[in-house]
Ligand binder design. Structure first.
Ligand SMILES: Cc1ncc(COP(=O)(O)O)c(C=O)c1O
Length: 416
């Protein structure tokens, strides 16, 4: 008998859809393609020699344990040095029982959804927002309430209005998801005052804040702004971070900081998911942090990415028409482009590909769709000399599109 696999899939699995970004990564491997699409770190930012040294150290000291199963919460020594770093660098009140290791920050998001979302539950997010978070929450059948971003990071008036509307229909959101530093996709940073206000609002309406911070260390300009978690006295904030952008994403190593009460539940959920995070990776990462390599490497990564950001910003100024706006990120890996309303970046995408240039359509970062006149550009991955050429190609595509849309707008049919 032929297996009718569609009948056997759970309703949850049927809801899972392929991500536009993951599909895009395949297209961008075409030879000659310049891709500002993926969110990849630059391979030159991987500390290959240092990793080699750290692995040798693990082989000399503790290889049997490094190859064994580990505890679900993660390697105690690694959690210890990270907790210390979070206290001194981010002013987060973090003891050993407040931190667990995860298989990337992405698993942290997924565990949060598993533990807090029942089908039909509501969460809040500023938009545009990180596509992987939308996917993680959607997998558990969550409803999303989108709150627009503004120059203050999130429009808190709109947030309050939405919360009042939800309250009138007895909907109590479970959490608000935010990426306050050099956000993916906008590159924007949330000011200190908004961070504090968000925590006040969360307390007033009784929901959690899921603070996702993969880019917080990659500061090119200005001071590091304290995370929302650093003001959290009552266990209302779940803070996530990762080694993906400060070591290498192939390690698949992230961490979650939260109250013991929340972590105990996440640990149970994680146990059922993967027993433990890659133990060998954790041992190597411990040597990396404890040996003082991390700080040195972050300095190198910031220097590399700042240079690439500057090249992209200079190229945008040189080649892009005046009617186009873009963000000027003070760190991280992304620039957000806002085009005139007449341009639909979905329709323009094929034309861009034919000129061998790729971006991510802005719509992908809005759970409810729309915002067709926006796109995300990544500046960390491409080689320095490729960035101006890519922006030049993109500018040509946009100029052609603007010219066509202008002709269409100025065309007045006979008889009108
Ligand atoms: C905002 C945000 N959160 C989480 C992740 C996932 O990171 P990880 O590689 O640690 O799973 C990413 C990856 O790009 C990201 O941009």
């Amino acid at each position: 008998m032929v297996v009718n696999i569609e009948r056997l899939f759970s309703k949850r699995a049927t809801r899972l859809r392929s991500s536009e970004i993951r599909e895009l990564l395949k297209i961008t491997q075409i030879p000659g393609m310049i891709s500002f699409a993926g969110g990849l770190p630059n391979p030159n930012a991987f500390p290959v020699e240092i990793i080699h040294e750290c692995i040798e150290k693990v082989f000399k000291t503790d290889i049997s344990n490094a190859l064994q199963y580990g505890t679900t919460e993660g390697l105690t020594s690694l959690r210890g040095v990270l907790a210390q770093r979070m206290r001194s660098q981010k002013n987060i009140n973090c003891e050993l029982h407040n931190i667990i290791m995860t298989t990337g920050a992405q698993q942290g998001l997924s565990l949060v959804a598993l533990c807090f979302i029942d089908p039909g539950d509501t969460y809040l997010t500023s938009v545009p927002t990180y596509l992987g978070a939308i996917q993680a929450f959607n997998a558990y059948e969550a409803n999303c309430e989108s709150i627009p971003m503004d120059e203050e990071g999130i429009d808190t008036d709109s947030l309050r209005r939405n919360l009042e509307r939800l309250r009138r229909t007895s909907i109590l959101p479970k959490f608000l998801y935010a990426v306050p530093n050099f956000q993916n996709p906008s590159g924007e940073t949330m000011p200190l005052a908004t961070r504090k206000e968000l925590l006040d609002i969360a307390s007033e309406y009784d929901f959690l804040i899921v603070e996702d911070d993969p880019y917080g260390e990659l500061v090119f300009e200005g001071e590091m702004i304290p995370p929302i978690k650093s003001f959290d006295k009552r266990g209302r904030v779940i803070y996530l971070s990762t080694f993906s952008k400060i070591l290498a994403p192939g390690f698949r190593l992230g961490w979650v900081i939260a109250s013991k009460e929340i972590l105990d539940k996440l640990i149970l959920a994680k146990q059922a998911t993967d027993l433990c995070t890659n133990v060998f990776s954790q041992y190597v990462a411990y040597e990396y942090v404890n040996g003082g390599y991390l700080d040195r490497q972050v300095t190198e990564i910031k220097r590399l990415y700042k240079r690439k950001r500057d090249i992209m910003l200079d190229s945008l100024k040189k080649y892009f028409p005046k009617s186009i706006k873009w963000t000027v990120p003070k760190g991280g890996m992304f620039i957000w482009i806002s085009l005139p309303k007449s341009i639909d970046t979905r329709l323009m995408f094929q034309k861009a590909l034919s000129k061998k240039i790729a971006y991510v359509v802005g719509e992908a970062f809005f759970p409810e769709g729309g915002n067709y006149n926006s796109m995300r550009l990544n500046f960390s991955y491409s080689e320095d000399d490729v960035i101006p050429e890519g922006i030049k190609r993109l500018a040509e595509v946009i100029k052609e599109e603007l010219a066509t849309s202008y002709q269409q707008e100025s065309y007045v049919p006979e008889g009108v």
